[in-house]
Design a protein. Structure first.
Length: 171
């Protein structure tokens, strides 16, 4: 399923991202950590909430993503593949605060959840995200999903890159 998501993402130039975020309950983290994951590095060229610009490296692939201002749980997202050498050059020249995480794709009732285990200075934070087709779409909340943090800016990756955990709740 991840390969299908990756192909679809590359084909779309402009989309509306609709996502909900939840903290992962600590008592389920060890079990979720057994699932195969992918190491991600990401950094921000801009953390301005009206135009967030991210570089992400995933295995031997790299992406440039621009996200617009969040309105509720949705925002405009434009993502394109870039060369790995270009991404590494951008990291070296412009990225000050990097985010590293392991992303696991967990299917629950036919929906893909992205479960991120943050590493480095963000260690201890686990966030699960689900992308939806429409704002009012219903879905089954997994047993391991705790408090919803969709509207809390301190859980946005761009905010975390600048501020670290800085006293935010991990559960």
């Amino acid at each position: 399923m991840e390969g299908k998501r990756r192909r679809l993402k590359r084909q779309k130039v402009k989309t509306t991202e609709i996502e909900r975020k939840f903290l992962v309950l600590p008592e389920y983290r060890a079990e979720l950590a057994k699932e195969k994951g992918t190491f991600l590095r990401q950094g921000y060229l801009s953390t301005d909430p009206t135009k967030t610009i991210r570089i992400r490296i995933k295995n031997d692939q790299a992406f440039l993503t621009v996200k617009g201002l969040t309105s509720g749980i949705s925002r405009t997202e434009i993502e394109t593949a870039i060369s790995l050498p270009a991404a590494e050059a951008l990291f070296d020249a412009f990225i000050v605060n990097e985010i590293q995480k392991i992303r696991r794709i967990i299917e629950v009732n036919g929906k893909c959840w992205e479960v991120d285990e943050f590493l480095g200075r963000h260690q201890g934070l686990w966030v699960a995200e689900i992308e939806l087709e429409k704002v009012e779409e219903e879905f089954v909340l997994p047993v391991w999903a705790g408090r919803e943090v969709s509207a809390e800016k301190q859980y946005f990756n761009s905010y975390l890159s600048d501020h670290g955990l800085n006293g935010i709740a991990l559960v």
